[in-house]
Design a protein around this ligand. Structure first.
Ligand SMILES: Nc1ncnc2c1ncn2[C@@H]1O[C@H](COP(=O)(O)OP(=O)(O)OP(=O)(O)O)[C@@H](O)[C@H]1O
Ligand SMILES: [Mg+2]
Length: 157
């Protein structure tokens, strides 16, 4: 199946961990025909999973009545993955550094670190009435490397 680009896919899923795999499968399907190196595919998948886990667990506090909205804004040479929850937000600047000596042995607190490390850009936005929106931007390598502009996604929203 070929995916035309640019295109934006919007999903609104129930606040359940089971839906993480569903959204991951859709991302995989959408990226499948595009020229992307395997490592980038892998890290996009991990970043999406971390963003969804945070939305479901920390944002929506595991409340099954809440929803998570996802937008996959696919361009020819980059993607923006946007994940939004209905939580009450948080201060990303106050999140502890997992590389600090006191945190090195902790098994949690690595999701945002991974997203920052393996995406090209990560931005948080918070709605006036609540809700956290994280936007993960990733340029495709391979044939796109060095392309002028990345045409990442569309400008709607
Ligand atoms: N969508 C969100 N809404 C509210 N708080 C959040 C959200 N995302 C992250 N946080 C806060 O930021 C902290 C750090 O998130 P991060 O993903 O780095 O680690 P973690 O979720 O605690 O552990 P891990 O991801 O390694 O299992 C969380 O513990 C939580 O307090
Ligand atoms: Mg996390």
């Amino acid at each position: 199946m070929s995916s035309p680009v640019p295109q934006t896919i919007r999903l609104r899923v129930g606040n359940r961990y089971e839906n993480i795999e569903l959204v991951q499968a859709i991302l995989e399907e959408v990226l499948e025909p595009l020229e992307i190196d395997d490592e980038s595919r892998y890290w996009m998948d991990i970043a999406l999973r971390e963003a969804l886990t945070n939305a479901i667990k920390h944002g929506n506090a595991l409340d099954p009545r809440k929803k998570v909205e996802v937008a996959l804004e696919v361009g020819a040479c980059a993607i923006d993955i946007v994940v939004e929850d209905e939580g009450s937000g948080f201060d990303p600047a106050a999140v502890e550094d997992p590389l600090a000596p006191d945190n090195l042995l902790k098994t949690q607190g690595r999701g945002i670190f991974y997203m920052r490390k393996f995406m090209d850009k990560i931005e948080y936005a918070f709605g006036a009435a609540g809700g956290t929106k994280v936007r993960l931007h990733k340029k495709f390598g391979g044939a796109c490397a060095g392309a002028e502009g990345d045409q990442g996604g569309t400008d709607e929203d």
